[in-house]
Design a protein around this ligand. Structure first.
Ligand code: AMP
Length: 279
């Protein structure tokens, strides 16, 4: 496994990689969710490239950029064990050199849900992913369903900008008690860790209702909201029952839907989602 930082180093190593090349973009502090993407890429591609970059442009001014957890040595050991060929760890100066002034903005599907509560977030995400795709030129790029809106935004961006890449979405990896794995789970202290299972409990309560015939979108939102509100350490930011393609909020009876939410547990903001499908 090679590790590179500059663009020149990246391009020199990229030229030696057999295709198809699979890319797994990450912000580091890796867990089993990230590693599941690497393993799927390993199975489907001749070469696997992983990027580790805590992307400042996708953090809002009051968000956790400064405290975002980092452990590059541990990440590299995990990536080596998972069979990664090349790791790119660009600095902020490599990714956004002085004078940088080009951003990618995906309009419709970035507007609601996370985009509404984190203004500018998806502009940062789309910009950095476009730069990763342009620099690495993978045939396949792997993303987690954990960040559901991000998958929709990236598919749209990739299509609109004609990137010759297959965007592959991998299932959410969870802890045994249902909590979706996330680097931000490291922020949870004491009782907050147990309380954080309320997101998955809310999603599965709504799914159970759906499967026993409760198809009304507002009823499903109310079930999720009531479950979260019953947990004293949790504060609901939003719950959503949306069209999986447009991400527009649904009303009335639904056949398929993306259930999603953002919840503060203590000071930690967590997101999770579940897809409902009547098929
Ligand atoms: P991040 O480092 O949080 O930017 O995540 C990098 C990639 O890993 C993104 O495509 C995430 O959606 C994905 N990912 C994060 N957590 C999980 C998880 N629990 N299961 C599956 N994929 C995940």
């Amino acid at each position: 496994m090679k590790t590179v930082t500059t663009l020149d180093e990246l391009w020199a190593e990229r030229a030696n990689l057999a295709g198809p090349v699979g890319l797994v973009p990450t912000m580091g502090f890796l867990h089993e969710g990230h590693l599941s993407l690497v393993r799927q890429a390993r199975e489907e591609c001749a070469s696997v490239v992983v990027s580790i970059f805590v992307n400042p442009t996708q953090f809002g001014p009051s968000e956790d950029l400064a405290t975002y957890p980092r452990d590059t040595d541990r990440d590299l050991a995990l990536l080596q064990a998972a069979g990664t060929d090349l790791v790119w760890t660009p600095t902020v100066e490599v990714m956004y050199p002085p004078g940088f002034q080009t951003y990618v903005e995906v309009e419709g599907v970035s507007a609601g849900l996370e985009g509404e509560r984190r203004p500018g977030h998806f502009r940062g995400v789309a910009t950095v992913v476009a730069k990763l795709l342009a620099a690495i030129q993978p045939q396949r790029a792997y993303f987690g369903q954990k960040d559901a809106q991000q998958t929709v935004v990236i598919r749209q961006m990739s299509r609109d900008l004609s990137f010759p890449v297959d965007v592959v979405i991998c299932p959410t990896v969870r802890e045994p008690d249902g909590l979706a794995m996330s680097s931000r789970n490291a922020y949870l202290h004491g009782d907050e860790r147990a309380a954080a299972t309320v997101l998955y409990q809310a999603l599965t309560a709504a799914r159970a209702a759906f499967e026993t015939g409760s198809r009304d979108a507002e009823t499903l939102r109310q079930i999720m909201a009531a479950t979260i509100d019953a947990e004293p350490l949790a504060r609901r930011q939003y719950v959503s029952c949306a069209d999986p393609l447009t991400l527009h909020e649904l009303e009335g009876p639904v056949d398929s839907a993306l259930l999603s939410m953002a919840v503060f547990v203590g000071r930690t903001r967590l997101i999770d989602n579940l897809m409902l499908d009547n098929a």
